[in-house]
Design a protein around this ligand. Sequence first.
Ligand SMILES: [Fe+2]
Length: 281
Amino acid sequence: MDTRVFGHSTKVAFADAYPRQSRKLTHDLLDEPLLTLDALANLAAALPAESIEYNPGALPIGIAPEYVPASELGVVETIRNIRESESWVVLKHIEQIDAYAVLLERILGELVHIVGPRTGAMMQREGFIFISSPNAVTPFHFDPEHNILLQLSGSKTMTLFPAEDEAINPPIVQEAFHLGEHHRNLPWQEHFAERGTAITVGPGEAIHVPVKAPHWVQVGPEPSISLSITWRSEWSYAEADARAFNRTLRKLGLKPRSPRPFPARNRAKALAWRAMSRISP
Ligand SMILES: [Fe+2]
């Protein structure tokens, strides 16, 4: 039986885009038994509470604390009733559960030969599952990981912006983010809209989301389930560390040059930051 997740044409398209360009891809995970709504409700019950981010949404405004559902039961019910619950749930670090770790490795393993020569070994491999009620919106933000979002059920439109567009993704915000001083959400301005690329995906389709490419997401009229497979690379760590080093230079009153985009490696500033971090208290 052919159990490949990505076909030849998707691998060619991914190789053409990685790591800088967003790209619509396809996948073959729709029959995966670990990703049905029932299986995901069980996964939510098995994960530790800190790995679940959820907004139960439909709770009345004036509910007494003793009537708010306990989080584990609450999230399982929220997932099973996702069509009506006006909620969104993120199951984080699914690789904590053995069967999902195997699944994640199987999927990422198909891309190692494309990723390795460009950005080095796939490090910090992590999976996230998003279960959302119809029409849910994720606000404008960026993420520090390499990411492929695989749509499993329902549809989703992600509007993406180039990571290098510093009018949209200001260096000062990026620097603060890498030092843990700023949330990943970005300020939105209406005039950004025309510079975005909207990619709509349905079941069997996927999106390559480049490292730190700003994006916002709108779920379609049906409940949505998506799987995000993510990894970091020496290249992405170096870019982050160079940003952190720039923060130090800026505090000294300098105007540092931004890290250069791939294929530049930004090693000098990254090494300077790593040396500094080791000697500071
Ligand atoms: Fe995101």
